[in-house]
Structure formats: structure tokens, C-alpha cells
Design a protein. Structure first.
Length: 573
């Protein structure tokens, strides 16, 4: 099987070929490899598996099963692990500052392990929010033949004869705080909301980025929506291991797949499925690894013209299991292609174009999750970009499932999420106000926290449609309501959000795509003269290091210049 691979042209030659590599080979013999094994290409099989949360608990087993496919294809699998920070557990406290930072650590750790051990290809397994883009960023950065595999979503819980997700628990916390729900109800719900292995079931960040993996061509067709507990995940793992060897044989690399058009396709799928606003951070960050200019405004322009066609939580009725049963991501892309919203030309990890893959899909008129583009849920996307005097560098809002798309009201300003959440808990928030949570951006947080605990509590109190909330931080894909994130420039950089005072009128129009601070420029100039940068509590360690180098949210909150500055590509060493 190994004769079709010329190791003299692969990175692993640096650790396995020639007399001078005898010390290196001795390590491989120590692990039980044979001379024939060492002569095969080395394939990194990367798992974000751990016991932190159900999102990640099956990943190690899936990665181990993928070894079989690699071996069948003539490769030698080398498994290693990386970290995750699980947002559902990090949410609502200082731990959430670690979440977005973990995306960079994941990408960096995969890069360093691959560089250090000279692997020739990659199969990556991820389950929780930031581990998905982190893995795909590493694949694009290294540019060795690679396949991304999502570990799969959790099955829905059942409570009072209804499907539920963890978001229902967050919202019931708000109901309990408002005195509308006894503690025993909350306790009963928390015990059944998450019934087993897998990532959060709605179209939150993990499932959104899993859809991106297929739409952008880095994952096998209709593989990612298969729930984590399903036996068929084993077949997917083996197929990924086998197919990566075909990619290596044909030298088909991630940057050959992820063209500008592929990124546009991915953004279309995010909007069409009412996906997470976090995709507007992760797609630019992935594009940065390819040297492609693709920022928040590019994403927002695509969102503006994309029909919303998937009836998925949190704005709709269904979860990932239902999406899988309805035909998966490719069912959504089939109707998007028919409507002219998808470019069929980009290559995928199947070795075929996206259009060729879609041609193999038959539209299922009996499924209930996806609407045809000729009769969408709404004619424009489930996610909208905003720009205006309050956010010259842009902002973003998820409008899927919302009836109200304009809002104007007096500001209620908080300088951290904890203070805002405390006010919500005390019901010290007036109807009609615009809650401003600032100094939570990539640099100022540091780490750009998600605000799900606060937004879910508002919804649980029945205030979700009666107030707006804006922040230079971000929101969970599970957030619903008039919640605007990624406001830039962030407060730590002296952006307009730093100058807002209680009572200032803020006007948001998600139809026109605007967000404005209705305060005279002369008054803002006077406020700017007395504004001073703040010093956060994180003056050492990983969060400090992240804050020193992180860029603006509209460019993906990245920490290095990306492929534009490359002097060499790892795959060609």
C-alpha cells in the first residue's frame, strides 16, 4: 500500500528517512512500529476529547476508530490531543474569558505538534464551539491534506413532553429569578435537558461551524449532523481516515478547497440556517489562515441577500437530530444551489466539486426542517450585520425568529457582564432601554465573553423582546432577542461604545443595517477628552498575552498576520 507515496517529498522524511534519522526511528520502534510502518506517511489524528463536557466525551473513541481508515489507505496514524474550553460550563463567570482565547491555543497547539513531529496529513475531531474553528484554522495554516470531523450533537432532552436543550435551562434560571418558576421545576429540568454525549443540539455555535465544515468543503458530505450517540459515527470516522490518504495521494490541500467562493458559500449556509453570530468571527479568522481578505462586512453583505430557510432552535422548532433526519447540511445546500445562492465550483475533500456532491442529493419534500428558497421563512438571512456611529467597525445581530427588527431607547450602561446580570437578577432593568455591556471585547475583556447568562435570564423574565442589548463582547449561538455583539472599535480602544452614558438614545435598525448613538459629535468630543483607558485584572498569563496581540473583532480577533505574511508553508518543508 505504501508504494504510491513518495516519502522523499513529504514532511515526515525529516523524522523517518535516511541514516541520520536512526535516533528518530528508534522512538517509533519503541512504540511498536515496524520498518514498514515507519515507511508509511505519518498522519496526525487530532482529538479535542476530554471529560470537561458531553461535547467532547466521544471524540477520543472516534479518533481511535479513524486510525483504521488511515491504515487501510496506507498511512500510519499518530494520535494526539488538544484542549477545549466548553462554553456551557464557562458561561456567566470569569471562565468565559478563556473561551475565544482557546481557539487560538487549539490552532497553535495543533500547528506546533505537527511541525515538531513532521506529520504529512491531518484528520481532526472537535465537539465544542471554539475547537471547531480552531481545528480548521490549523488545517488551513499547515496546508497539509486534511479532513475535519465533528463529533456530533447531543440528542434533545424531554421535559413536560417537549424537546428541550440547555438553553431552556438558562432561560428557566431567569424565570426562577423572576419568581415565575419553583426551584423544583428548575432542578427537574436541569437533570434531563442534556441526556448524553454530544454538543448542544440547536443551531448554536458548534452546529453552525459543523455546517461550515461541510459547506466550505473540509468535511465529508452529510457527516457532521449525525448525532454523537449514533453508531454510524464510527463509519464516518473510518471514511475520514481512508479519504485523507486519497487527498495525500492527490496532494489536494485545504487551501485548494477553501477559496474565496468557498468562504462565501459557508457564509450563505450560516445565514440560511439562522446560525451563530460567532461565525462572523470564525470565518474571517479561517480566511486569515489562507491569506484571503474576508471580514465582518464581507460576511454581512452575504447575510443581507441570503434567504432564511432552516427552522432550527433557538429561533425555530428543530434541533440537529432533526436536521440530520431531514437530510443534513447538503439538503439545505441543494435548495440554495437551485436558487443560485451557492457556487458549485469549489473543490471538496471528496475530490469532487461542491456541485457534484450536491447532485447526488435528492430533495426530500416531506421533511419539515428546510424550506425551499422559493418560499423561505424570511427572505433575508437569520443573521444581520450592522454599522453606524456607534459601531464604525461593525456589529452583528441574529434576527432568526424575531418579529421586531427596529429598536430605539435610552442606554443603561454597564462596564462588565457581572454588573449587568446582577441588575437583571434584581429586575432593575426598565422596558424599552438599551443595555450596554462594554469593556468585554477581545482586548478589553480580555477574551470577548459571551453573554448568554444575561440574555437568557432576560428572556426567562419575559423581557427578551422588550429591551435591546449591545456589547463589544459577543453572544452564544443560543442567544435570542435583540442582542447586538462584536461592536467595534471596542471600548478598550476608545471606540464610541466607551463614550456612551446612561440615558443616551441608541437606535438600531436591523432592516437598514444601522446602529447609531444619537448624541451630538461635539458632546462626544468633550467626553473623549476625559476618557482614559482601563486596566483589567489580567496582567499576566495567557489572557494578558492574548490581549497584547489580538486584532479587532471585524477581522476575526486573530493574533497573527496569517498567510499574507508567510515566508514558507509548512506542507512544503
Amino acid at each position: 500500500m505504501t508504494q504510491k507515496f513518495d516519502k522523499s517529498r513529504l514532511p515526515s522524511r525529516h523524522v523517518s528517512v535516511g541514516p541520520e534519522r536512526a535516533p528518530h526511528r528508534s522512538y517509533y520502534y519503541a512504540m511498536g512500529l515496524t520498518e514498514e510502518d515507519i515507511a508509511r506517511p505519518f498522519v496526525g489524528v487530532v482529538s479535542a476529547g476530554n471529560d470537561s463536557a458531553p461535547c467532547n466525551t466521544t471524540l477520543d473513541a472516534q479518533a481511535d476508530i479513524a486510525r483504521r481508515g488511515v491504515e487501510e489507505g496506507g498511512g500510519m496514524p499518530r494520535r494526539f490531543n488538544t484542549i477545549t474550553v466548553t462554553d456551557g460550563i464557562a458561561m456567566g463567570h470569569q471562565g468565559m474569558k478563556s473561551s475565544l482565547v482557546s481557539r487560538e491555543v487549539i490552532a497553535d497547539s495543533v500547528e506546533l505538534s505537527v511541525r515538531g513531529h513532521c506529520y504529512d496529513a491531518l484528520v481532526t475531531f472537535a465537539g465544542c464551539d471554539k475547537s471547531l474553528p480552531g481545528m480548521m484554522m490549523a488545517m488551513l495554516r499547515l496546508n497539509v491534506p486534511s479532513i475535519f470531523v465533528y463529533g456530533g450533537s447531543i440528542l434533545p432532552g424531554r421535559f413536560h413532553d417537549k424537546d428541550v436543550t440547555v438553553v431552556d435551562v438558562f432561560e428557566m434560571v431567569g424565570q426562577h429569578a423572576a419568581g415565575n418558576c419553583p426551584l423544583k421545576e428548575l432542578t427537574a429540568l436541569e437533570k434531563v435537558a442534556c441526556p448524553g454525549h454530544g454538543a448542544c443540539g440547536g443551531q448554536f455555535t458548534a452546529n453552525t461551524m459543523a455546517c461550515v465544515g461541510e459547506a466550505i468543503g473540509l468535511s465529508l458530505p452529510n457527516s457532521n449532523m449525525t448525532p454523537a450517540p449514533y453508531k454510524s459515527r464510527e463509519e464516518i470516522a473510518v471514511a475520514a481516515g481512508r479519504q485523507v490518504m486519497t487527498l495525500l495521494e492527490n496532494n489536494l490541500r485545504p487551501r485548494d478547497i477553501c477559496t474565496r467562493s468557498a468562504f462565501e458559500n459557508a457564509a450563505r449556509v450560516v445565514a440560511a440556517t439562522g446560525g451563530s453570530t460567532n461565525a462572523a468571527l470564525h470565518l474571517p479568522a479561517m480566511a486569515n489562515e489562507c491569506g484571503i481578505e474576508f471580514d465582518l462586512f464581507d460576511v454581512a453583505e452575504i447575510f443581507k441577500s441570503t434567504p432564511y430557510i432552516a427552522d432550527l432552535k433557538p429561533g425555530g422548532r428543530y434541533v440537529a437530530k432533526d436536521m440530520h433526519e431531514a437530510g443534513g447540511v447538503y439538503m439545505a445546500m441543494k435548495t440554495l444551489l437551485d436558487g443560485g445562492f451557492i457556487d458549485p465550483e469549489p473543490m471538496t475533500v471528496t475530490g469532487k466539486t461542491l456541485g457534484e456532491n450536491i447532485d447526488e442529493i435528492t430533495w426530500n419534500p416531506d421533511q419539515k426542517v428546510f424550506y425551499e428558497v422559493s418560499r423561505p421563512i424570511t427572505p433575508t438571512g437569520g443573521v444581520v450585520g450592522l454599522r453606524g456611529s456607534l459601531a464604525p467597525e461593525g456589529a452583528i445581530v441574529k434576527v432568526a425568529g424575531m418579529d421586531r427588527l427596529q429598536f430605539s431607547g435610552p442606554a443603561r450602561v454597564f462596564d462588565c457582564e457581572e454588573d449587568a446580570f446582577s441588575a437583571v437578577e434584581k429586575r432593575d432593568i426598565a422596558e424599552g432601554c438599551v443595555i450596554v455591556i462594554r469593556y468585554e471585547g477581545p482586548k478589553g475583556g480580555p477574551g470577548m465573553r459571551e453573554m448568554l447568562a444575561t440574555t437568557a435570564a432576560l428572556y426567562g423574565q419575559g423581557m427578551g423582546e422588550k429591551v435591546a442589548l449591545i456589547t463589544d463582547g459577543r453572544f452564544s449561538g443560543a442567544t435570542r432577542g435583540f442582542c447586538i455583539g462584536h461592536v467595534g472599535p471596542e471600548a478598550a480602544d476608545g471606540g464610541p461604545i466607551a463614550l456612551v452614558e446612561d440615558g443616551d438614545t441608541i437606535t438600531i435598525d436591523a432592516v437598514a443595517g444601522t446602529i447609531d448613538l444619537d448624541v451630538d459629535s461635539a458632546i462626544l468630543d468633550e467626553r473623549r477628552k476625559v476618557w482614559r483607558p482601563r486596566t483589567n485584572d489580567y496582567q499576566a498569563g495567557a489572557l494578558w498575552r492574548y490581549a497584547q496581540g489580538v486584532g479587532p473583532a471585524y477581522q476575526g480577533a486573530v493574533t497573527h498576520p496569517g498567510a499574507k505574511a508567510e515566508r514558507h508553508v509548512y506542507a512544503d518543508i
